[in-house]
Design a protein around this ligand. Structure first.
Ligand SMILES: Cc1cc2nc3c(=O)[nH]c(=O)nc-3n(C[C@H](O)[C@H](O)[C@H](O)COP(=O)(O)OP(=O)(O)OC[C@H]3O[C@@H](n4cnc5c(N)ncnc54)[C@H](O)[C@@H]3O)c2cc1C
Length: 515
């Protein structure tokens, strides 16, 4: 049997998050990428509030915050008239249950660099210039073949290899949807003539839309454009060039702003497609390999990061021999509906952006923002891992995101629930001192799996934020999964139900039936 647990094919944000989630659990990971160098473009530049929570758990949130802008103001022009100049999220502030009220604007290459550096702390380096060309799943292991002839045997393979995924195509998984509905241009350039303190957007309904977004401590800006004309007879945009980008900008914005020093330029047409399955045997797909959609609302990279995060703890539990293989079916069960939602809202967002550009009241890219574009309300209520035991009376239900709350620990130190959740363990919260004996027993029975905290005993909920965040009507137990979603809620009388639930992840090898 091979000592490589997982080959991750593709070191974009999805593959890096997955590899990091696996590596911190001690799984043996190889992460390969066909490109000779890490990707250098700013592409997916918005991390959502939920992704920030994921990145906090993975130990990189400070670096991300330092390298990005939160609350970047936006200035919009319709023709030559300024119509908006403010932070569209000025009214959002952190709350005890939600530490990141908004996301961060940060170049994708920088997010990837930060994830790569963190991964290296676990001794895992991205192997550049290593291209997966084929694989074979024997049922026991997967044999990956690389372009240079190298063969790598691993227990699982995850294709995080982007929209044109070789892994997905080799699996024969359907990728239904549409290609090429809207032409767009994007690139990284230097800009003379603007101050880099806001995200500028210009709309000239007869000509098109352009936007320029700065990044902190960098001369580079992201240029985005939606030209309404200039396609060839096949509907294709011209080849990307600095001159072409400058021309679109001049036509739409009509300002004396000059572009130079391009480092990445792209013209593309958006596709809306998703895979019909995310797993075949020992092979999975995640991120753009599993779903592609318009950039409206900035959900692409975030959905990939959260795919990787969802899969990593499940694979790690199965690899450690503590959970039955059937746990892996819950990856698709939980993430397919999220991908469906993402396609739907980003497509509707794009339609709104395009429609609003033709009118006199355009909200620029803001029109593309999805309801819950911060992704804090995404949940797995129908998942076979989500259980509300009879009689449980909490506002938060199984499958929902577990809220944060400031509390005080037994030593009198201020801590946040997110500090206690950090890592790959389950956390059991007991609201009410009467739950403490059950929690002690669970802690003794599953020492590797859980951390247990009785509120009013181990933690003091001074200001009542934990109780209100979880909507505790009557004293209750709440189990929180390693990825920060509520696994189970139960009344204090149902302590046995907790042990039965946790046993599934502690070597009792009970099959989990994905619904
Ligand atoms: C032009 C463009 C503009 C975009 N703009 C935005 C935006 O404004 N906002 C937003 O949210 N999102 C945007 N996106 C989407 C966002 O960038 C993606 O959703 C995100 O990069 C997905 O991450 P990923 O890791 O799944 O895939 P990718 O980032 O595509 O990474 C896939 C990796 O796999 C590697 N690879 C491919 N094939 C193989 C193989 N056979 N073997 C080994 N390695 C392989 C590639 O080299 C690459 O590094 C944009 C995408 C594109 C293409």
């Amino acid at each position: 049997m091979t000592d490589i647990d997982v080959v991750v094919a593709g070191a974009g944000p999805t593959g890096l998050t997955l590899a990091l989630g696996l590596a911190r659990c001690g799984a043996g990971v190889r992460i390969i990428d066909k490109s000779p160098e890490p990707f250098a473009g700013s592409r997916g530049k918005g991390l959502s509030a939920r992704s920030m929570e994921v990145l906090e758990d993975l130990g990189v949130v400070e670096e991300i915050l330092a390298a990005g802008f939160s609350h970047l103001p936006q200035r919009r022009y319709l023709r030559d008239k300024m119509t908006f100049d403010a932070d569209p999220y000025a009214d959002r502030v952190p709350t005890p249950d939600m530490p990141y009220e908004v996301g961060v604007m940060i170049a994708q290459w920088r997010t990837e660099q930060i994830l790569r550096e963190r991964l290296a702390e676990f001794g895992v380096q991205v192997e550049q210039s290593v291209e997966l060309t084929a694989f074979e799943d024997s049922g026991e292991t997967v044999m990956v073949t690389c372009a240079d002839g190298e063969r790598i045997e691993a227990r699982y393979l995850v294709g995080c290899d982007g929209g044109r995924s070789t892994v997905r195509k080799s699996l024969g998984v359907g990728f239904e949807g549409e290609s090429g509905s809207q032409g767009m241009v994007i690139g990284d350039i230097e800009v003379d003539g603007l101050v880099g303190d806001r995200w500028y957007q210009w709309i000239r309904p007869e000509v098109g839309f352009v936007a320029l977004c700065p990044f902190p401590d960098s001369r580079s800006w992201q240029f985005q454009g939606v030209p309404f004309a200039g396609f060839d007879d096949q509907g294709r945009l011209p080849e990307p060039s600095l001159e072409y980008f400058q021309r679109i900008f001049d036509q739409v914005a009509g300002l004396d702003v000059r572009f130079s020093n391009e480092t990445w330029l792209s013209t593309y047409r958006v596709s809306v497609r998703m895979a019909d399955r995310f797993r075949v045997g020992r092979v999975f797909i995640a991120g753009d390999a599993a779903h592609v959609h318009p950039p409206a609302g900035g959900l692409g990279m975030n959905t990939g990061i959260q795919d990787g995060y969802n899969l990593s703890w499940k694979l790690a539990s199965v690899l450690a021999g503590t959970a039955d293989e059937s746990l892996l079916d819950t990856y698709g069960e939980e993430r397919l509906p999220v991908a469906e939602w993402t396609l739907e809202v980003s497509n509707a967002g794009l339609a709104r952006v395009v429609e609003s550009m033709a009118g006199e009241d355009s909200q620029g890219v803001g029109a593309g923002m999805a309801p819950d574009g911060h992704q804090l309300g995404l949940a797995y209520p129908g998942s076979s891992l989500s259980t509300d035991l009879d009689g449980s009376r909490t506002g938060v239900r199984a499958g929902e995101r577990a809220p944060d709350a400031p509390v005080t620990d037994a030593a009198g130190t201020a801590v946040r629930l997110f500090d206690l959740f950090r890592g790959s363990h389950f956390t059991v919260l007991g609201f009410g001192a009467a739950g403490a004996p059950v929690l002690r027993e669970l802690g003794e029975r599953f020492p590797e799996l859980v951390k247990c905290f009785a509120i009013d005993v181990d933690l003091v909920d001074d200001a009542g934020h934990a109780r209100s965040g979880y909507g505790v009507i009557e004293d209750a137990f709440v189990i929180v999964r390693p990825d920060g979603y509520v696994a189970l809620t139960a009344p204090l009388a149902e302590g046995d139900g907790l042990a039965a639930y946790l046993g599934q992840f502690a070597g009792e090898m009970l099959p989990i039936r994905a619904r």
